[in-house]
Design a protein around this ligand. Structure first.
Ligand code: GLU
Length: 496
């Protein structure tokens, strides 16, 4: 089946719940989702948790939650259900067991009693001889006596799939084109069931992809070496394999594969959530991580991504992860949302500070604050930082602001302002405009001579967002305090 030919395609994202949703995994999920939606097919979420030692509590739930947050919704799968369930590997052990028996009946699997130490020693010898590492097949032909001896020793066998010595595997990858794996690249007979009786990923994935009628497997390039083994299993079962597409790696700025352990980069979706990134920005960014819609446009809607997506325009070389571009993109999406829409997402960054301000309507205050600053930030967590002059109790006075305030004329303007502000009742932006006009006519100062001293006294800076709105957000109490301090610092106590 070629890309684009098929209606009713079925794709899946199948994370192992061993950690947090990484941008690489989210990109894989997104490519599967976009491909399925582009072809009017289904996208499935399956949890592959057969590697019991590596499973992390709550990781699967967190994956699901983060995918939903990104708007990568599945049509069937874990936490949703569907006709091909269950969608969690450890709930499918009886299904795997039946299929293990099927392979046993076909005579293509056998018990292997080799211990980890013996296998490691074998590998070392092969490497010392400069040979490709592969299982020797030593347990293929155990005599009954040898087997009995192993059992007597208490050894628990693994089950291995028999790979013919001259077996090679070819397939056409939707992204990388024709692939051929020679026998030495397959690594010899491979384990399908561990000694604890649980099948390994390479076995479970084949059974699941078949029983869930998966038509296309799109996944990271790190899985390409698994593909020949999986294809051999499809062949052994007599099943048609899905079409594979292996998406190139994500590279850091140094051109090396992104390391999940590199803490200088934010790489996990929950961290981006934490920092106040918008899901649509990450969605947009991930879709362009190795794929291009053609043309210059970098901002597309979900519908446009779905309409344009195809694996033919996935780059064959690695995709550079450009965190600055993601920040820029997030800034773009922040601009396109209203302050009221952003409030639920920004609340947790602002509310802790808002508690002490005695404003009548905290939500309205936060909306005005967001509106004033949202176009200047690349993520919502920056709001209290960028707007700190309106959040803190005091504003640190910058050098040029201090110089402006160190002037008799400026202090005189502030004196008038202070006097009028004490009795001013309308603390809205329009009210502040009227107040400043009032001060202008009484003090006989306008333009810079009026606004610089006021802004310097109130915010400690000479520049900043709209002064009327800033004053309104600070409110009467804080404005009076700050003015009082500025005038006192200029060496002249305000008249009481
Ligand atoms: N469970 C695998 C992983 O988390 C995915 C395997 C696949 O897509 O075939 O990497």
């Amino acid at each position: 089946m070629d890309e684009g030919e098929s209606m009713g395609v079925r794709l899946r994202y199948a994370p192992s719940p061993t950690g947090h949703l990484h941008i690489g995994g989210a990109r894989t999920a997104l490519f599967n989702y976009l491909f399925a939606k582009h072809h009017g097919g289904s996208f499935i979420l399956r949890i592959e948790d057969t590697d019991l030692d590596r499973n992390v509590d709550n990781a699967a739930q967190e994956f699901a939650d983060n995918l939903r947050w990104l708007g990568i919704e599945w049509d069937e799968g874990a936490y949703l259900g569907g006709d091909c369930g269950p969608y969690v590997s450890t709930e499918r052990l009886d299904i795997y067991a039946r299929h293990v028996e099927e392979l046993r009946d076909k005579g293509v699997i056998y018990e292997c009693y080799c211990s980890e130490d013996e296998l490691a020693a074998e590998r070392e010898q092969q490497m010392a001889r400069g040979e490709a590492v592969r299982y020797s097949g030593r347990c293929r032909r155990l005599t009954d006596k040898e087997r009995a001896a192993h059992i007597h020793e208490g050894r628990k066998p693994t089950l291995r799939f028999r790979v013919a010595d001259d077996e090679s595997v070819e397939f056409t990858d939707l992204i990388r084109g024709d692939m051929i794996f020679e026998p030495q690249g397959i690594g010899g007979d491979f384990v399908v069931v561990k000694s604890n009786g649980i099948p390994v990923y390479n076995f479970a994935v084949v059974v699941d992809d078949h029983l869930m009628n998966i038509t296309h497997v799109v996944r990271g390039e790190e899985h390409i070496s698994n593909t020949p083994r999986q294809l051999l299993l499809f062949r052994a079962f007599g099943w048609t394999a899905p079409v594979f597409g292996h998406v190139p790696l994500i590279l850091g700025a140094d051109g090396k594969k992104l390391s999940k352990r590199d803490e200088s980069l934010i790489q996990f979706i929950d961290q981006y959530r934490e920092y106040g990134y918008l899901p649509e920005a990450i969605f947009n960014f991930l879709a362009l991580l190795g794929w291009t819609p053609g043309g210059e446009r970098e901002i597309l809607t979900r519908e446009e991504f779905i309409a344009n997506f195809g694996l033919d325009r996935v780059n064959r070389s690695g995709a550079y992860f450009d965190a600055a571009k993601l920040a820029w993109m997030n800034g773009h999406y922040l601009k396109s949302r209203s302050a009221a829409e952003l409030l639920p997402l920004a609340r947790r960054f602002l509310e802790p500070s808002a508690a002490g301000w005695q404003v009548a309507d905290v939500d309205a205050w936060m909306i005005d604050f967001i509106a004033l600053y949202k176009d200047q930030v690349s993520c919502l967590s920056e709001l209290p930082v960028v707007g700190n002059v309106l959040i803190g109790d005091e504003a640190t006075v910058e050098a040029d602001a201090a110089e402006t305030l160190n002037d008799d004329q400026a202090v005189a303007v502030l004196g008038v302002f202070l006097e009028r502000a004490r009795s001013w009742t309308d603390w809205t932006p329009d009210g502040m405009k009227a107040l400043l006009k009032d001060v202008q006519s009484i003090a006989g100062k306008k333009g810079k001579d009026l606004f610089f001293p006021v802004r310097a006294a109130i915010t400690g800076r000479l520049h900043g967002p709209d002064l009327n709105r800033s004053l309104a957000l600070l409110g009467q109490t804080r404005v009076l305090e700050r003015l009082g301090r500025a005038v006192a610092a200029a060496g002249e106590q305000p008249a009481t």
